[in-house]
Ligand binder design. Structure first.
Ligand code: ATP
Ligand code: MG
Ligand code: MG
Length: 379
């Protein structure tokens, strides 16, 4: 069995690593270079999408910003899971918002805008503050603007107009204006849906961001909002007839969840599952798209994940902390780039908190600015 993953980054790599013991080979297709590569060591294996599709039994993706010229042949191959509608719903916020409405799932009220007049109308209709997001290509908080006061409108629009002018002509870029949600905290639900429509869910995971980039994820077993999140997941996944791992980001406001966005793939906030669950999200995605039974998703022991941003080295001594696992992605460092992650597990939350304190003393504080405030969240 051979699975082709669109995209050759760390997510494809971690899927490939989990596929080895299942006797499943994973190849990656690098959309930018048009090359087929081994996602574990980046060795080039061939060239061209047609060859890649021909040689694969199943086609899937590690990202959602995939050009139409790649999506179409994948869909036509009849091998593509979760399919191009799911990918487009993750890659275009206009399609995503329409999907959420069809599925009857709550999210921030919004308007699509193309002009200053429409921005003014959106302020009128939705109120302030507003969060403005590029419809295409946004990730890690990039391609976003905030308007808090009327006085900012001219400057923000000038910025957006410039952005739209530079936007790629191949796809029709646009802007989605969303009501700002004064959320209490952010969580994500990662689940897998099989070809038979059966779903499994990981525990709801609390997420902390620094400058728009995920920094720490902390799963909670028996979270009070778990059932609500699962209902919303099921409505979306059924609407898409989804097969594979799907991640949904939520804002928690009191007792209520609003969907922020979805990612039709394995997700950074599920990396803890490599150490905290019997079957990781990577293994479950491979199982789902290969039509194999899905594995157990329960939290086996208290676990958390810390992203390593911009650094390609940590003191070796961190590996001396029991229950700590390092996952480097083998990428060249750039400021703020996701270079790897740390999973930390323990048999009790008290022990996890102790190990986390130990970790904090070993990490360069400037590169992990949010860790100090995380301490109290581990419960
Ligand atoms: P990702 O890397 O998760 O794909 P992204 O670039 O797609 O990020 P979003 O998840 O849409 O961006 O937004 C990034 C962060 O900005 C959110 O996690 C949340 O903290 C904040 N945010 C986004 N939309 C809103 C909103 N409507 N109200 C309040 N905060 C918001
Ligand atoms: Mg996103
Ligand atoms: Mg997000």
């Amino acid at each position: 069995m051979r699975v082709l993953v669109l995209g050759a980054g760390q997510l494809a790599r971690m899927m490939a690593l989990e596929a080895i013991p299942l006797n499943i080979e994973v190849q990656a297709f690098d959309v930018r270079s048009d090359q087929i590569v081994d996602p574990i060591n980046q060795q080039v294996l061939g060239e061209g999408l047609q060859q890649a599709l021909r040689d694969a039994d199943v086609v899937t993706a590690e990202f959602e910003h995939i050009p139409q010229a790649v999506l179409e042949p994948c869909e036509q191959s009849g091998k593509f899971l979760p399919g191009s509608r799911a990918i487009l719903s993750g890659g275009d916020r206009r399609i995503e918002k329409a999907l959420l409405q069809q599925a009857g799932v709550a999210s921030a009220a919004y308007a699509e805008i193309h002009s200053k007049a429409e921005l003014e109308a959106a302020v009128e209709q939705l109120g302030l503050p507003l969060v403005l997001k590029s419809a295409l290509e946004g990730y890690d908080g990039k391609g976003q603007w905030r308007v808090k006061q009327m006085e900012q409108l001219d400057a923000v629009w000038a910025d957006i107009a410039q952005f739209l002018k530079q936007a790629s002509k191949k796809a029709k870029q646009g802007i989605v204006a969303e009501q700002f949600i004064p959320f209490d905290y952010e969580v994500s639900l990662i689940g897998a849906r099989g070809k038979d429509g059966q779903c499994v869910y990981y525990p709801l995971t609390e997420n902390h961001h620094v400058n728009g980039v995920l920094s720490v994820s902390l799963p909670h077993s028996s979270h009070p909002l778990q059932a609500q999140a699962e209902r919303m997941f099921q409505a979306i996944a059924n609407e898409l007839d989804y097969v594979g791992v799907l991640a949904i980001e939520f804002f928690a406001v009191g007792e209520r969840l609003l969907v922020n966005e979805l990612a039709p793939r394995v997700h950074n906030s599920g990396h803890w599952s490599q150490q905290g669950a019997d079957t990781s999200q990577f293994a479950n995605h491979i199982r789902a798209v290969c039509d194999l039974p899905l594995g157990d998703t329960a939290l086996m022991r208290p676990t958390l994940m810390v992203n390593i941003l911009g650094l390609d080295q940590l003191p070796d001594s961190v590996l001396g902390i029991p229950g700590l696992h390092l996952h480097w992605y083998g990428k060249a460092p750039r400021p703020g780039r996701k270079m790897g992650h740390i999973n930390l597990a323990a048999d009790s939350t008290d022990e996890l908190r102790r190990r986390f304190s130990q970790l904090m003393t070993l990490l360069p504080a400037d590169d992990f600015p949010e860790l100090a405030q995380m301490q109290s969240r581990i419960s």
